[in-house]
Design a binder for this molecule. Structure first.
Ligand SMILES: Cc1ncc(COP(=O)(O)O)c(C=O)c1O
Length: 379
């Protein structure tokens, strides 16, 4: 477990921010890296052509460490939806086949598959919410030979359910299904290695558990798909991009590896340094340690909430960092406003109250949430 890291953030003492699953606070050091980067635009004459590439490569290198892969396999994208759409553009599915998704899956990992299936005469196959909260078993049961693509998360965003992606990856390979992952609610806080799971595509937005800025994400593309079709056909993804004076000598070749899938204007001089700094800090802390620290805050919270009539899936069916508390009667959406008035911040998603602490939270933050919940008159 890590000692408290609140001093690295700008979080006032009276704010109990238990909502990393919504948006993480930016660290002071990441803010500073972003400030310096943004300020570079005030003197564009100092921005040299090679710097359109060096910052992006730095991002790719540190993102690859988090994914457990090589920089060549990482594309820089704007959002989870951008990465999912890239996967949907490249993965084949035929009439009569299916694309597997979970019930209540996040929209950015749903609509692209819905459209792909519709276009090809295929169907979406939706894994129902398992009564025993075992999403892994539910997925393995539904992975039958007509599944062409399993489009899944590592953590189910409205239940906190954790999927065993190593087992699911192996099951996909056995039936020849592709595996496309949205890791936005898990990468940076839940251990994940590309080499163990062997996905075809895996994306994560950086603004939650990667502690990065908004509008930056990273996409893993397996080598077998790296000759595929990108969403954008810009200049910087091409093989001749480094020679600015010759860009009009149109080039059929793309840059190496997954770089062809980079979003346009990916050399973002403000956002990429901030994202890099945040990921470096995550690697310094260690993802196992972050997971243990966040999990240690959620466990007593789950117990205290149980006394108030809340239930949550038990670990290891639930991811340690992601506590979704449910009651027999629906949780009123206005609950978050009531708590926010006390400067206690959580989310209501689906039928759950979602509590997602990180290394900047204290035991006092958790106590304040429970104290507030105790004061509410539940039906
Ligand atoms: C599971 C999951 N995926 C993705 C996102 C963000 O999607 P996008 O980057 O497409 O806005 C969220 C945001 O809440 C999420 O919970």
């Amino acid at each position: 477990m890590l000692p408290n890291q609140r001093h690295l953030f700008d979080i006032p003492d009276d704010v109990a921010y238990l909502n990393c699953g919504y948006m993480s606070p930016l660290m002071r050091s990441a803010l500073e890296a972003g400030r310096v980067g943004l300020a570079r635009k005030t003197h564009p004459w100092d921005l040299t052509a090679p710097e359109f590439f060096t910052g992006a490569e730095e991002f790719r290198t540190v993102a690859a460490q988090i994914f457990g892969t090589t920089a060549d396999c990482v594309a820089i994208v704007s959002s989870a939806g951008y990465g999912v759409e890239t996967a949907a553009r490249n993965l084949p599915v035929r009439k009569g086949q299916t694309v597997l998704v979970l019930a209540e899956q996040f929209p950015s990992n749903y609509y692209a598959w819905q459209r792909l299936a519709e276009k090809n005469g295929a169907a979406l196959k939706i894994v129902p919410w398992p009564a025993d909260n075992d999403w892994t078993a539910a997925v393995l049961q539904t992975l039958t030979p007509e599944v062409a693509i399993a489009a899944l998360p590592h953590v189910h965003w409205t239940s906190g359910g954790q999927l065993n992606l190593v087992r699911i990856g192996a099951a996909c390979r056995q039936i020849g299904a592709a595996l496309a992952l949205d890791l936005t609610q898990s990468l940076g806080v839940l251990p994940f290695r590309v080499s163990e799971v062997q996905p075809d595509f895996a994306v994560a937005a950086s603004y939650k558990w990667l502690l990065g800025p908004y509008t930056v994400g990273m996409l893993y593309v397996a080598p077998k798909w790296q000759n595929g079709v990108p969403l954008e056909e810009g200049w910087i993804q091409r093989g001749n991009a480094q020679d600015f004076s010759s860009l009009i000598l149109y080039c059929d070749d793309y840059d190496a590896g997954a770089r062809r899938f980079d979003m346009g204007e990916r050399s973002n001089f403000a956002l990429l340094p901030a994202a890099v700094r945040a990921m470096q800090q995550i690697l310094e802390w260690g993802i196992d340690e972050i997971s243990a620290t966040s999990g240690a805050m959620n466990r007593p919270l789950a117990e205290a909430a149980a006394e108030l009539g809340f239930s949550a899936p038990r670990e290891p069916l639930r991811a340690p960092h992601y506590l979704c508390l449910r009651r027999d009667v629906a949780i009123p959406p206005e609950l978050t406003h009531v708590l926010a008035r006390e400067k206690v911040f959580v989310s209501v998603r689906g039928t759950s109250m979602r509590v997602t602490p990180h290394v900047y939270n204290t035991a006092q933050d958790c106590d304040r949430l429970i104290a507030c919940l105790r004061q509410i008159k539940w039906e």
